[in-house]
Structure formats: C-alpha cells, structure tokens
Design a protein around this ligand. Structure first.
Ligand SMILES: NC(=O)c1ccc[n+]([C@@H]2O[C@H](COP(=O)([O-])OP(=O)(O)OC[C@H]3O[C@@H](n4cnc5c(N)ncnc54)[C@H](OP(=O)(O)O)[C@@H]3O)[C@@H](O)[C@H]2O)c1
Length: 304
C-alpha cells in the first residue's frame, strides 16, 4: 500500500462509476477516509472512464496509483440488457475481471457490487453466499460473470451482493413512485415479487466503514476477502414497498396489487430474492437497518 491514514497521509481511493446512485453516495462517505478520485463516464468531477475500453481502465489505474478501488459502475438497465448482451457482458463481467487482474499485480484492494438477480428466486428462504446462482436474465448472468471473474483474478477483493437499490438520486423505484403518485390517481404494482429495498447511502456507509478497516490493516482481505450479501434488513413486495412510500410521503394515490404475469417486461425477474446478511454481520460486526427505517430517513432527506 502506498500510504494510509495511519502513516499520516491520506489514501487515494479510485471510485469508478461515481455518478450512479451508489457511486454518488460513495463520493461523500469515502471522502471521510481518503482522497477520492471520482471517475465516471461523463468525467464531471474527475477523470473520464469508459469500461468499454480496456486500455482506458489500465491507463486510469496506472495514472492514479490507487490504494484501493471501489467499482460502482455497471450496466444496470435490466430490461435493455436482454437485447444488449455484448455491452452488458463487457461492462459487468469482462471489465471487472480485467480490473481484478490489474489490481492483483499490485495487491491493491477492490470493492465491487453484485446483485440478487444472480438467483432465480425459486427458494423459499433467504439466499446465502453458498447457494448456487441460477440467473433468469442477461443482467444477472453478466453480473454473475463479473463476481466470478473478480474473485478468480487473484485480487484482494470484496464483492457485496445487494438488491432493490434506491436513493435520492438516479433511476430508482422510490423516485419513480413519488413521480407517479403525483401524476396518476391509480397505480398497478407487482405484489408477488419479494425482496429487500436497500438505501444507496447505507450501502455506501457500510462500504466505507469496511474499507477504512482494510486500509488501516485491521482487516486482512487474504482472510476475509470474498463474497458477502449486503442488503437492507427485512423483506417486502414491490407493492408493499410502494405502499410504504405512499404512506411516508403523505401523497395520495390508489395502489392496485397485480401478479407478475400482468406486468410484461423483456427480462424475467426472481419471485423471491431476499439475501441472508448474516455472514457480513458476523465478519464485520456491522448490520444494515430495516428497510422501513432507511426509507423514512431517505424521504426526510428528500424533503429537506
Ligand atoms: N440499482 C439496483 O437496484 C441494484 C440492485 C442490485 C445490485 N446493484 C449493483 O449495485 C451497483 C451500483 O448500482 P447503481 O444502482 O448505483 O447503478 P446506476 O445508478 O445505474 O449507476 C451505474 C453507473 O455506471 C456507469 N456506467 C455505465 N456504463 C459505464 C461504462 N461503460 N463505463 C463507465 N461507467 C459506466 C453509469 O453511467 P451512466 O449513468 O452515465 O450510464 C452509472 O453512473 C452495480 O454494481 C449494480 O449492478 C444495483
């Protein structure tokens, strides 16, 4: 490691995908533990990085010489991915493997995110890290490819599998519902898919707390590196989530629960994709709040 907070100088943290909903929150939380190089495809607040270009990734890493890399970039358009397999494969899988191979050479730690959509949702209990993935769609397949490529690359890596991410910024269910509640009197929302809503800010805070301990030598990724589930606690259907948003927002609309069969979308989605967070809690001594609490806090923040 080039330098850490322990030696007096601040570590350089290369954040890839800094304009996404998780990336945007990470910009703030990571700034508390190091100097953030906020790379994004637009290059608004730092260097430009397009993961479609393998040379650009190698260049960025060699120029910034990071003490750690946090990859929040991904091809996240689940339905569009069905027709865009090659692009999703490049960004979600191949580029992540290349990142791992580059960082393995220098022993630089990397934190990366994956998804509950690596599972089909056919179990009737929360998925653990030991369950065998069986994705239903291209997004899930390519994200699974990325997890595997990174973990096999020899890099010191943490992969956090998360789900149903929302926040004050970006394209997400919370902001879509808030907009639709104002535009429509009645909304039909799928009620038979169950998952765990996760506030992007909590994900960013957990990431920063774990990374702080890695950078300070308190956690050794040779021992605790690998795959961890990390989602908001609890579970709910999309319609239940919409109902909680409606109630907490004080807006007025009528929600009509519908089965998945009445919601036509190009990509199939798991019916039950709750992830068991026990391994993360036991390993790092941290736990995510219940999804309802995070939702209330996020809405308070939006009102402010
Ligand atoms: N959103 C969810 O519900 C969810 C659920 C489970 C797991 N995850 C995972 O959590 C992580 C963060 O997701 P998020 O919700 O923050 O996603 P997001 O808001 O869609 O952000 C992803 C970012 O990646 C960037 N990106 C896309 N293509 C790129 C490329 N070729 N080169 C560089 N950057 C590129 C996007 O830029 P543009 O916007 O400019 O394209 C965007 O800023 C991802 O690994 C995702 O798979 C998300």
């Amino acid at each position: 490691m080039k330098n850490t907070g322990c030696s007096g100088s601040r570590p350089t943290l290369l954040l890839i995908g800094s304009n996404g909903q998780v990336g945007w929150e990470l910009r703030r939380t990571l700034a508390g533990i190091g100097d953030v190089v906020a790379a994004s495809i637009e290059g608004e607040c730092g260097p430009v990085i397009d993961l479609m270009d393998p040379d650009a990734l190698a260049r960025l890493i060699s120029e910034t010489k990071p003490d750690a890399v946090i990859n929040a970039a991904a091809y996240t358009a689940v339905d569009k991915a069905e027709a865009d397999r090659e692009i999703a494969q490049r960004i979600n899988a191949d580029a992540v493997g290349e990142m791992g191979a580059l960082l393995a050479k220098t022993g630089t730690p990397i934190i990366h995110y994956s998804t509950d959509f690596v599972f089909s949702g056919n179990l009737n209990r929360a998925y653990t890290e030991d369950d065998t993935p069986d994705p239903l769609n291209v997004y899930g397949e390519t994200k699974l490819g990325g997890e595997r490529a990174l973990l096999e690359s020899g890099a010191k890596a943490l992969v956090f599998r998360t789900s149903w991410v929302y926040g004050a910024r970006g394209a997400n269910f919370l902001l879509t519902m808030l907009r639709l509640f104002k535009e429509r009197e009645e909304l039909r929302v799928v009620d038979d898919q169950i998952g765990s809503p996760t506030w992007s800010r909590m994900l960013a805070e957990m990431t920063s707390m774990v990374l702080y301990r890695v950078l300070h030598g308190d956690l050794d990724l040779d021992q605790v590196g690998g795959l961890y589930n990390l989602t908001g606690a609890g579970q709910v259907s999309w319609c239940g989530f919409a109902s909680a948003i409606l109630e907490a927002s004080g807006l007025d609309a009528r929600l009509i629960p519908i089965p998945s069969t009445e919601y036509q979308a190009p990509a199939m989605r798991p019916m039950y994709s709750v992830l068991d967070n026990s391994l993360f809690q036991e390993t790092f001594g941290l736990s995510m709040p219940d999804w309802r609490l995070s939702l209330t806090q996020c809405l308070e923040e939006l009102k402010r």
